[in-house]
Design a protein around this ligand. Structure first.
Ligand SMILES: C[S@@+](CC[C@H](N)C(=O)[O-])C[C@H]1O[C@@H](n2cnc3c(N)ncnc32)[C@H](O)[C@@H]1O
Length: 217
């Protein structure tokens, strides 16, 4: 595996990818969390996904052990595992690679093709969770504040979604401190979503991908 794409990119963006042995060693430091299906991981400089890929593999191993015998549960908990992985990446080619690499893992695991609702729902979730943007300014590539969806599986094939602003979440430790930007906000405001959705099925998430592509074109 190539750890560097070009000297220029290393100089401009500090782009050096982490070898898989090192990723595994780091994830072993949080072994239990990395093997839990619904633990949430954010990689704020995710590159092409070297950490997120291994986190997903560990989660899918847990899905197989717990739900391997039921196709319905396996499909839904695979999507939940994916929903708990988040990334931000400055460079457009890297974020595209990251989304594609992760989608491929899901597709290989469940033998999906593009016509499957789960494939399209996964693709939609990746478009929401893996953000092309700047983790330092906390803005997307089109200068909007970064928002993350908090997903949950409520059972019977339905997922819940609530959106939160990244800058508000990350400054939560400063809440209440005198003189800080967020001091005027109460604790309840940190956990107030900017948007709450009605429970969504896999088919509805798949349809959201088509709607988003139409909007973009
Ligand atoms: C050292 S590489 C690590 C990539 C990946 N985490 C890995 O371990 O293989 C750093 C990555 O962060 C990206 N990056 C640099 N500045 C960033 C920023 N302000 N916000 C988001 N990503 C950034 C670079 O484009 C590069 O892909």
């Amino acid at each position: 595996m190539n750890l560097v794409k070009s000297k220029q990119r290393v100089a401009d963006h500090g782009e050096v990818f982490t070898p898989s042995w090192m990723v595994e060693a780091i994830l072993d430091l949080v072994k239990d969390e990395s093997e839990r299906i619904d633990s949430r991981f954010l990689e704020p400089a995710c590159g092409s996904g070297n950490f997120l890929i291994q986190v997903l593999r560990r989660k899918l191993a847990a899905v197989e052990i717990k739900f391997g015998k039921s196709e319905f549960e396996k499909r839904h908990y695979t999507l939940l595992a994916l929903m708990c992985i988040y990334g931000i990446e400055l460079l457009e080619d890297n974020i595209a690679e990251c989304r594609a690499n992760i989608l491929e893992i899901v597709a290989d695991y469940l033998h999906l093709d593009e016509s499957d609702d789960l494939y399209r729902a996964a693709s939609y979730v990746l478009s929401q969770n893996l953000v092309h943007g700047d983790a330092l300014t906390m803005r997307t590539s089109d200068r909007q504040p970064i928002s993350f969806a908090e997903w949950g599986y409520v059972g019977k094939g339905k997922f819940q979604r609530r959106d939160f602003r990244f800058d508000i979440l990350t400054h939560s430790s400063a809440f209440g401190e005198e003189g800080t930007l967020f001091a005027h906000l109460g604790k309840h405001e940190i956990f107030t979503p900017t948007k709450t959705y009605p429970p969504l099925t896999m088919a509805e998430l798949a349809a959201a991908l088509s709607a988003a592509s139409k909007e973009a074109s």
